[in-house]
Write a protein that binds this ligand. Structure first.
Ligand code: TYD
Ligand code: MG
Length: 454
């Protein structure tokens, strides 16, 4: 590795040190030194959003506001999450745990772009071209037109991308790429950050789009302290349980579209397949007619999604009864159980309680409280809730049921999926969009338990 001059800069106080150390001599912070390039080539030539410097100021009105050109990959859910396709000159980071399907996603995108005449270069530092070929053979898409390159040195990657005049460069992964300007090993924070910044500069100056794969560490961040997220234009996370078929692509940052949008895919034997009806994707396989199951509608960005919540209460053995929550914060479960016990008169003191959100979905919104309660009441009485009922509402400590945001869209989706009645707060507004849905307004959880027992 021929190395240029570099310096170790403290991310806490900004002091420069000639050598790496565990502690910054200037401010005493630990583990804060990150390698950065120094000297004529190392000075940053980009502004805040990666725009090359050396330009003259210009009036906003003198800039043409053209509709942004985008390359649609044709992988519908991917295009949707990006906000309509890949923007030329942008840098997209796709993060996710190993084995979730990032490389597969990128290869399918490349294949589809290539088929439309958008030239792509797929660079892999993790797999050899032969291994990429094997992957491509599994896919339903014809990936034959993609240029592939097994390379980890950034300077060489940029050289080939410029030579080929590739429109989209896909780099798998940013953690295996290194620049020879820094001494550090590939994958360390200084390397990852510098490589991303250089790719950003390359994209802004030369116009191709860059799609980066980033491995998510145990803590959930990409390459340590989330530094990458600040550099790139768009950050997508690819999530899901590797044991389940469904994969969720979520935008957490997007300079050219909205955030919190999700796309749903299914991993099949021949690659990823966009799910045509994502709203109901997680309801597949629901056992209607069993007790302890209730359905609610979550908002994922602008899209409502229906999910099933399952609860099971059974007589506890010795000792403290168990409380097990999957896909739901266990403290939220404890709170809801306490409210049911005190305000609803249902004792859980000697019952083990298990709550599970199906499809590997995580409940974050409190609007799902009412469905959790309904599932709990249902399992305690061993009496199924109506299969065509939806539950929407936040539950307060006093046992009151509060309205939730975006009711109209949630109800419209539920009606489309065949639901016939909805339990929600009596104070909910915007139930006009309910169509044929029967609206059952509840003041408190006493009414819920009465209704479900009736
Ligand atoms: P991969 O894209 O290699 O994941 P990542 O790059 O995020 O580490 O794919 C991971 C898994 O997907 C792997 O276990 C094999 C499986 N897979 C399929 O089920 N079908 C397919 O068509 C392909 C290509 C992979
Ligand atoms: Mg991979």
């Amino acid at each position: 590795m021929s190395k240029g001059k570099s310096v170790f800069r403290c991310t806490e106080c900004g002091a420069d040190q000639p050598k790496w150390g565990g502690k910054c001599d200037a401010c005493g912070a630990w583990n804060s030194l990150i390698e950065e390039p120094l000297g004529p080539t190392g000075r940053r030539a980009v502004g805040p959003a990666g725009v090359p410097t050396g330009q003259s100021p210009i009036r906003l009105t003198d800039l043409k506001s053209e509709a942004m050109a985008r390359w649609k990959t044709g992988l519908a859910e991917f295009d949707f999450v990006l906000g309509g396709g890949i923007v030329p000159g942008s840098v997209v980071l796709v993060g996710g745990e190993p084995g979730i399907g990032k490389s597969t996603l990128l290869m399918q995108c490349a294949a589809r772009l290539e088929r439309q005449g958008v030239s792509t270069l797929y660079v892999s530092g993790e797999e050899s071209p032969d291994q990429l070929r094997l992957r491509a053979d599994r896919l339903e898409e014809d990936a034959g037109g993609i240029h592939v390159l097994g390379e980890t040195r950034l300077e060489s990657i940029l050289h080939h991308a410029a030579q080929l005049k590739s429109s989209v460069v896909l780099l798998d992964s940013v953690q295996t790429t290194y620049t020879e300007e820094l001494e550090g090993a590939p994958g360390n924070v200084g390397q990852v950050r510098e490589c991303a910044a250089r790719l950003m500069r390359f994209a802004k100056e030369s116009g191709p789009a860059v799609v980066l794969v980033g491995h998510v560490t145990k803590g959930g961040g990409i390459a340590g302290p989330k530094t990458l997220e600040h550099i790139v234009d768009t950050v997508l996370y690819f999530e899901g349980e590797t044991t389940l078929d469904h994969r969720i692509l979520r935008a957490v940052k997007n300079r050219f579209g909205s955030v919190d949008e999700i796309g749903v895919f299914r991993m099949t034997g021949s690659g990823l397949e966009p799910v045509a009806n994502p709203a109901a994707a997680f309801l597949a396989g629901r056992s209607t007619g069993a007790s302890g199951s209730a359905v609610t509608a979550l908002m994922e960005g602008t899209r409502p999604m229906l999910v099933e919540i399952q609860a099971l209460a059974s007589k506890a053995g010795f000792g403290t009864p168990q409380r097990v929550a999957t896909g739901l914060d266990h403290r939220r479960l404890a709170l809801l159980l306490a409210v049911l016990e005190r305000r609803g008169g249902l004792p859980f003191g000697n019952l083990d309680v298990f709550v599970n959100v199906t499809g590997g979905v995580r409940l974050i919104e409190p609007s799902t409280d009412l469905a959790v309660l309904a599932a709990l009441v249902s399992t305690v009485h061993d009496r199924p809730v109506p299969a065509d009922a939806l539950f929407l509402g936040e539950v307060g400590l006093g046992g009151e049921i509060r309205p939730v945001a975006g009711v109209e869209r949630r109800l419209a989706e539920a009606a489309r999926q065949g639901f016939r009645r909805v339990f929600l707060s009596a104070r909910s507004r915007g139930t006009a969009g309910a169509g044929d849905l029967e609206v059952i307004g509840l003041e408190g959880i006493g009414e819920l338990t009465r209704r479900l027992a009736a």
